[in-house]
Structure formats: C-alpha cells, structure tokens
Design a protein around this ligand. Structure first.
Ligand code: SIN
Ligand code: MN
Length: 200
C-alpha cells in the first residue's frame, strides 16, 4: 500500500485532452528545450528535462535547486499551460497556484531512482503528476528509504497526487513500457510534475 495521501486518478485526461496537452507541452518546449542534467554526484540522468512556470527544478554539480532561468539558454521558463493549472486547482489546491512544473522525458531506457521531493518550502502542498505517452512502472514507498514499496502503473492520461504523508514518500520510475502508447511522436513518456516551490 502506498503511503496515505497518495491518490491515483486513472484516465483523468481523455484522448482529446491528452493530445491538446501534448501539443501545449511541445510548443512550450520550443522555447525551453529539454536538456540532459547531471546529478550533484556528476552522473548524467537518463531522463531529459525542462520546466515551465516562474521557477524550474534543476540539478548540476553544485546541487539541486529551483531557479528562474533555463540553465542552457539563460531564458525565463515558459508559462505553465492553462490545462495544468486547472488540474492543480481541481485536484491539488484551489487557493495556492503551483509555481513550478518539471517536465521529464523518458525514452525506452530511461528510469528514475527512488527519491523524495524535498526542495520546496511547504510540504503541506501536494505534488501533482501527469503522465503522457508510454506507461511507467512507478514505485512508491514510505517516508523512510527502507520502507516497503509498491509498484503502480502510470498510463497516458493518468494523474496522481502525492499529498499528506505521501508528500515525502520515496518514489521513482523502474522502467517505461516501450510501445504501450501511440501518443508521443517517436514514442516515449512525458511526465509533468506541478509543485509550489516558494512559500505561499
Ligand atoms: C519525478 O519524480 O520527478 C517523476 C516521477 C514520474 O516520472 O512519474
Ligand atoms: Mn519526484
């Protein structure tokens, strides 16, 4: 069982909503191209990343942080697409908007190790995650690294919310099931995570 406060909303986005969101994401990425970040330990990540919104989450040799500029082109991040702000207001928090949307691109071999999201000011606000394209084999456990974990499949159009105790749950992506969706041209998965980085 995932930690209390984990909510999976399967198929919240129908096919038309997925296509429209994909188009909005790809259009915004023209101004904020995905790049391959490195961890503070110096390892290249297997996902490529970009961000939308006033702040973006970045990692490099100096550490993890939120910043208001794309680290490669020095430009402000593009705005968060309206459809994502609506999803946040309906499913995360109606009073405090998100100020950061991390965009992760997974190709067939990409994964993400177990980690906590803890670079934000206020853990009372949840993380809302939207999956597009190929299905992910997502893993979520408890608030301690050694806690038991559960595997959850995240398919295109699924939304999940990490709130309550699950806000600080360890989570990651074991693998992506190549060919499980035809949404993304050329295949792969796009995950969008909305967060409030600054204090409300
Ligand atoms: C993340 O934890 O940043 C991404 C999770 C996911 O890709 O589903
Ligand atoms: Mn995360």
């Amino acid at each position: 069982m995932p930690a209390p406060g984990f909510r999976l909303l399967p198929g919240l986005l129908d096919a038309a909503a997925q296509s429209a969101l994909l188009q909005a994401v790809l259009t915004a990425c023209a101004d904020a191209p995905a790049y391959r970040p490195v961890t503070p330990g110096g390892k290249a990540m297997s996902v490529t990343m970009t961000n939308f919104g006033p702040l973006g989450w970045v990692t490099d040799a100096t550490g993890y942080r939120y910043q208001d500029r794309h680290p490669v082109n020095g430009q402000a991040w593009p705005p968060i697409p309206e459809a994502l702000l609506d999803l946040w207001a309906s499913n995360a928090d109606a009073d405090t908007p998100p100020d950061a949307c991390l965009v992760n691109f997974y190709d067939a071999g990409a994964r993400m190790g177990l980690h906590q999201d803890r670079d934000e000011a206020d853990f009372a606000l949840p993380v809302l995650s939207v999956s597009l394209g190929d299905t992910a084999v997502f893993r979520i456990g408890g608030t301690k690294r050694g806690d038991p974990t559960t595997s959850v499949r995240l398919a295109s159009g699924d939304v999940c919310v990490l709130g309550g105790e699950a806000r600080l749950a360890f989570h990651g992506v074991d693998r992506v099931i190549a060919g499980s969706s035809r949404l993304v041209p050329g295949g792969g998965r796009i995950n969008l995570t909305l967060r409030r980085a600054r204090p409300r």
